[in-house]
Design a protein around this ligand. Structure first.
Ligand code: IVH
Length: 676
């Protein structure tokens, strides 16, 4: 890459990080998770280390945190509030120790003692005490200057206002972490994304009375400026803090050797889920203040300390209960209700256990200590059970044999394709007879890809169900709006909006209608195929009279599984009544077909390279208008490969192997001209 390109990439990343910082620190509303943030930060630091010309005042190597917000008076810290370098594994710790040995010119001769302190994931604050009186309290801000949040800090019980111990220094900045306990956070319904944001948000309230409402805690761990501190070791300082009336972390320890740091790390990580507060790693500090002084700082972090971070996508917690959810298709899904834990900035309190088999295979029980993973968009799930921590009175989880919602029998279906019993247990009720299934079916009916009724979300479905306003999809089009207008949280305007969004969806394409019915195995694609084949709702309704379900087998893509499912659907009287009523209430538009007997009927195409004078999208629609279709892989199913400028050689070679016809753009256009 050229220097120009590298610079461009670097400043793009800096710009993004600055934006993320703004959301995180100023608005207390992060827009990405911690992991993504860390990756971005690391990539900037990596670029800087590879290219010495890259510099920015907004680089994470220069700034600590983010500039203080404008709401509070800015005050410089008498001693800057530093950041910590991160370690992720034993290797990082060995390197950390090695560098220290080198710096001190010790060649491993010294046995270093560390103060190991679980790192609370909160907001740091610096408290100035003069002659034992709490004078000013600052947030970290950008590390050089913080915000004066004294009045808000004064509302926190853990912060002593006056300290009269004789050995308390005459002038000192006590530093530590402000945080909110997980159980208190749970009570603050929905206002903040996670406990850290809750702490940050409440500390920045303009009105201290608002801060006072939130049960914030303070744990002290270090000092900034000091005059009159007569102590030599961090562990002694932590002891003194306690004597002076501060809270300290009960899991603080002094430890020698990297091996023992690792042992402690695993022990603390295992206890993480049962702690009352979130920790995201362990801070190791060289215990001896004199050595700390000799080592000093590099840029914005001390050489004598490091934060050993826990993984950002998993965590350990305890299963408090196992609930069985019933889905739209009757599937019973076990869900573990776990003690809430913070994984990568998101509080997780539910983890899917997938199905009965998974519970048996992993022998997951209520009361178990489990490793939970939350990565990307995947639903949090249990990775493993820590059997060592299992209570000897614990019992195997018994999966219900009847549906917890309607009491019907449940079964595991036999899958004729895999020739195996399904892993999923299902309620055998026909659908709307089972309350949970019915609610899920209605949610599906109004969902985005089905009727897409604006403002009619999952919560409203549940609410209207509870109020007995809906039992079946057709009830949506028969709602009594005068009743809704008198409900809590509804007014004239919102009712009129709802009425409007329901009314405009009374006209609906046939394919969407089929999909909305939520027939098992009939997803969007299959609904499209059926609609193209049957054209109208009239023909669809005829199926129930003629019972010619097997004719559907002629539709390419529809198989026995789908046909059985449709047959099942039509064998249920509630479904038949629903179809009849919906047909009366709605205007279901016939399927519109593109030329079904066009020039390219049953022919598949693929394009590689750039075409001249026509875009890919246009070429695709030309092919489709002529009843052809585009596929995305070269295989024996491909009939024609159209080659434009700079085609992919591999695709051409593959096409030759499969004996696919290769066309130039002109040859392809000529094919078209033959008809016109
Ligand atoms: S010492 C000079 N000790 O971690 C070292 N920090 O990434 C910096 N933190 O800003 C402070 N627990 O918010 C220290 N026992 C502990 C800590 C701790 C949590 C936070 C603190 C700091 C950040 C550094």
């Amino acid at each position: 890459m050229t220097r120009k390109k590298i610079e461009k990439e670097y400043y793009k990343k800096i710009k993004k990080l600055t934006k993320l910082n703004k959301f995180y620190y100023e608005k207390n509303n992060p827009i990405v998770d911690d992991k993504e943030y860390d990756i971005l930060k690391k990539s900037i630091l990596k670029l800087e280390s590879e290219h010495s010309y890259l510099k920015s005042e907004n680089s994470p190597s220069v700034i600590v945190g983010f500039k203080p917000s404008k709401n509070f008076r800015k005050v410089p810290h008498r001693v800057p509030m530093l950041s910590l370098a991160n370690a992720f594994d034993q290797n990082d710790l060995n390197n950390f120790e090695k560098k220290i040995m080198n710096y001190l010119n010790q060649k491993n001769r010294l046995e270093i003692e560390y103060s190991a302190e679980p790192k609370i994931d909160g907001i740091s604050a610096s408290l100035s005490y003069k002659d034992g009186n709490f004078i000013t309290g600052l947030s970290r801000g950008d590390g050089r200057e913080g915000e004066d949040i004294t009045e808000n800090l004064k509302t926190i019980n853990d912060i002593p206002q006056k300290i009269s111990s004789k050995d308390f220094p005459e002038d000192i900045e006590i530093r530590g972490e402000i945080f909110i306990q997980n159980n208190d956070f749970k009570k603050l319904t929905g206002k903040f994304a996670n406990p850290r944001n809750a702490a940050s948000g409440s500390l920045r309230q303009k009105n201290p009375l608002e801060t006072k409402k939130i049960p914030l805690k303070f744990i002290a761990y270090t000092f900034g400026y000091e005059k009159g501190l007569k102590i030599n070791k961090q562990s002694e300082f932590l002891k003194k803090l306690k004597e002076w009336g501060f809270k300290t972390n009960p899991l603080n320890k002094t430890i020698k050797s990297v091996k023992n740091l690792m042992k402690n790390y695993h022990e603390v990580e295992n206890r993480r889920g049962s702690l009352d507060f979130d920790i995201d790693g362990i801070v190791y500090k060289i215990n001896d203040f004199q050595l700390q002084k000799r080592l000093g700082n590099i840029a914005n972090a001390p050489r004598w300390a490091i934060a050993h971070k826990f993984s950002a996508n998993n965590g350990i917690s305890k299963i408090e209960n196992i609930e069985i959810q019933v889905g739209r298709t009757g599937a019973l899904t076990p869900v573990a209700k776990i003690r809430p834990i913070n994984i990568g900035g998101v509080v997780v309190s539910n983890a899917t256990l997938h199905n009965e088999e998974e519970i048996i295979r992993k022998d997951i029980r209520v009361g178990d200590t489990v490793l939970i993973e939350r990565a990307g968009d995947v639903i949090p799930h249990v990775i493993s059970v820590d059997l060592k921590q299992r209570n000897n009175k614990s019992k195997k989880f018994v999966f219900p044999i009847s549906c917890p919602s309607c009491g019907s029998k449940t079964i595991k279906e036999y899958n004729s394709i895999t020739k195996k019993e399904d892993a999923v247990r299902r309620c055998t009720s026909e659908g709307f007879e089972c309350e949970k299934i019915a609610i899920e079916k209605i949610k599906h009916f109004v969902s985005k890809e089905a009727f897409n009724i604006d403002g009619f979300g999952k919560k409203i479905v549940e609410n209207f169900w509870k109020l007995n306003l809906i039992r079946l999809p057709q009830d949506i089009f028969k709602l009594d709006f005068t009743v809704i207008e008198n409900l809590d949280g509804w007014g004239k305007q919102s009712v009129s909006n709802l009425k409007y969004s329901i009314n405009i969806k009374k006209t609906i394409p046939f394919e969407k209608f089929i999909f909305a019915l939520g027939i098992r195995h009939i997803g969007l694609e299959n609904a499209k195929l059926i609609s193209k084949n049957l054209i109208s709702i009239k023909n669809f309704l005829l199926l129930s009279k003629t019972k010619k379900f097997n004719d559907l087998i002629n539709i390419d893509g529809i198989g026995e599984t789908q046909i059985n499912s449709i047959r099942n659907f039509f064998s249920n009287n509630i479904n038949l009544k629903m179809l009849k009523e919906l047909n009366e209430l709605l205007d279901i538009k016939d399927a519109v077909l593109s030329k079904s007997n066009g020039l390219f009927t049953n022919k598949t195409f693929m394009i590689t390279g750039k075409l001249e004078g026509i875009s890919r999208a246009e070429a695709k629609s030309v092919i489709e208008e002529n009843s052809g279709s585009i596929i995305s892989n070269v295989s024996k199913k491909l009939d024609y490969l159209i080659i434009g400028e700079k085609p992919t050689k591999r695709k051409i070679d593959l096409a030759k192997d499969f004996k696919v016809k290769i066309l130039s753009q002109d040859e392809w256009l000529n094919m078209l001209n033959k008809t016109s």
